[in-house]
Design a protein around this ligand. Structure first.
Ligand code: PMV
Length: 328
């Protein structure tokens, strides 16, 4: 008998970033973070446990992966197998609606969808909190793609205390994230490595203190739909994360010339009265945050900027859900 299930998860964009861990194996973050699910950036994953398989088979975007990604998937399946008390290998297929490895947390949507699909296929019934804790162990930011809408991930010294939960549903605020794609190639240093280097930056402690100060301010601004307060704090937090990355040893410089050009452009638009702010993850692409009323104008300006290949327009997205159809 083959047990099969499919799940779909949104990527998420962090307004307070997860950058640095207190426990590498359990992926316990130094600081709590806040994010929004991105409705147009999804991963769909089918998992089928099949007694006829001698090893896990992992296909990502139609191509079989025998390398690093497949190993991480197998390690995560081992966590689910341990919960289910089975040793059965699985066939896994996964499809993204956006380019991989370019700073659109593809590991977040990937590990959230894998967690939900694998648990459902293995008959492991977990509540949302337990799914978030399990997803976190596959990829930290994945725990934030389990709950719906606007999400906060708690920092704690124990695995049981470090999960994400929704602070507001998608319909709470018509906030948009227009992702300006300036780079689709795989980044050279993944966020897992970058996270491990945080302690080598002389600014790590200062950034941590600032993230802890900014978190309640950003949560309040989201709940009050105060775009200016939200944008100011969010943009500063992104720059602080990159300051730590740039001053790590080795130094990580994620920005390309196009990234910096867009940062200047967005500030110039703001000076003209067009309310937009940016945030940037561990990649070169720029996430432009605005309210729905300005999304058309800002999207048009972004598409006209040199070096911008595509713009992925996101609204607040739902949490991880199971789908009836399967990828194979
Ligand atoms: O969960 P990871 O290893 O993909 O790390 C994500 C790190 C950032 O995207 C840069 C920040 C964040 O909080 O999402």
């Amino acid at each position: 008998m083959t047990a099969i299930a499919t799940a779909q998860s949104c990527a998420n964009i962090a307004f307070v970033k997860y950058w640095g861990r207190r426990d590498d194996a359990l992926r316990l973050p130094l600081n709590a973070s806040i994010s929004m699910n991105l409705d147009a950036a999804t991963t769909t994953t089918t998992v089928a446990f099949d007694p006829a398989l001698a090893a896990d088979e992992v296909t990502i975007h139609g191509a079989e992966d025998g390398g690093g990604a497949a190993r991480r998937v197998s390690e995560h399946l081992d966590r689910v197998r341990a919960l289910a008390g089975i040793a059965t290998r699985a066939r896994v297929a996964s499809r993204n609606s956006f380019p991989m490895g370019a700073g659109i947390a593809s590991s977040a949507s990937a590990f959230a969808a894998l967690t939900a699909a694998a648990c459902a296929a293995a008959g492991v019934e977990l509540d949302e909190r337990a799914l978030s804790i399990l997803a976190r162990q596959g990829s930290g930011s994945a725990c934030r793609s389990i709950p719906t809408g606007f999400v906060e991930w708690h920092a704690a010294d124990t695995s049981a205390g470090s999960y994400a939960e929704s602070i507001a549903p998608p319909g709470h605020w018509d906030l948009r994230d227009l992702i300006a794609i300036v780079q689709t190639a795989h980044k050279t240093v993944g966020s897992s490595k970058g996270n491990a280097l945080v302690s080598t930056s002389p600014f790590a402690a200062a950034r941590l203190a600032e993230a802890e100060r900014a978190l309640p301010a950003i949560r309040r601004a989201i709940l009050a739909r105060d775009f200016a307060a939200f944008g100011e704090e969010t943009e500063q937090e992104a720059i602080r994360m990159h300051a730590v990355a740039m001053t790590s040893r080795p130094s990580l410089l994620y920005w390309s010339p196009e990234t910096v050009r867009l940062m200047h452009a967005i500030r110039a638009w703001r000076d003209e009265g067009l309310p937009a702010y940016f945030t940037i993850d561990a990649g070169a692409n720029v996430h432009v945050l605005c309210e729905g009323a300005h999304a058309g104008a800002i999207g048009a300006r972004l598409r006209a900027e040199p070096g911008v290949g595509d713009v992925i327009a996101n609204r607040p997205g739902p949490g991880t859900r199971l789908l009836d159809g399967h990828l194979f």
